[in-house]
Design a protein around this ligand. Sequence first.
Ligand SMILES: CC(C)(COP(=O)(O)OP(=O)(O)OC[C@H]1O[C@@H](n2cnc3c(N)ncnc32)[C@H](O)[C@@H]1OP(=O)(O)O)[C@@H](O)C(=O)NCCC(=O)NCCS
Length: 164
Amino acid sequence: MQPLMKRRVAMEMHETATMRSASMDDVETLAAIEEASFSGDRVSRRSFRHLLSRGKSLTLIDTLAGETRGYLTLLFRAKTARARVYTIATAAAWKGRGVAAGLVRAAEQAARARGCTAVYLEVRKDNVASIGLFTTSGYRVFGEYEAYYEDGMDAWRMEKALVE
Ligand SMILES: CC(C)(COP(=O)(O)OP(=O)(O)OC[C@H]1O[C@@H](n2cnc3c(N)ncnc32)[C@H](O)[C@@H]1OP(=O)(O)O)[C@@H](O)C(=O)NCCC(=O)NCCS
């Protein structure tokens, strides 16, 4: 396990949540939450393994008392200073508790640390929760892709400039 950063957050009942980078040991948990969170266009176990084995991505995990509450994968490209949110999900039991918002903030911090000046993503146009999450986190729509997803749904392209 390679902790990238540890952020301790005061929680109810004196529990503390920890933000850390994922390792191969997390693949099963990541895949299980991914499967429960998306009906199509899922990141497979194989893809998570691939992502975790190369240096061009970072998967952050939020845990509380050993339980994975959510995760976010960022992709980095050598030729661009923009990091891409590849996937993000919160486990069903923890939705609506600020887990994803915390993951987005931690991802932005990690992107800044890698010299990135912006973070961007694609989101289904019918994904109200995710559009709400990224809008609340300061992201703005800058474009769209038609029929981007397996079922033909369009995507909004959203981004946020990382200012000091
Ligand atoms: C989208 C998702 C990651 C949000 O996770 P979460 O931990 O429940 O989100 P948070 O509690 O941190 O909410 C942060 C903000 O997101 C927005 N939001 C979250 N859920 C929402 C919902 N159901 N409807 C509208 N806005 C919502 C709100 O603005 C919220 O801020 P607020 O609580 O101050 O109103 C979660 O619903 C999920 O896992 N969905 C399935 C996977 C997915 O669609 N991922 C996104 C792919 S682009």
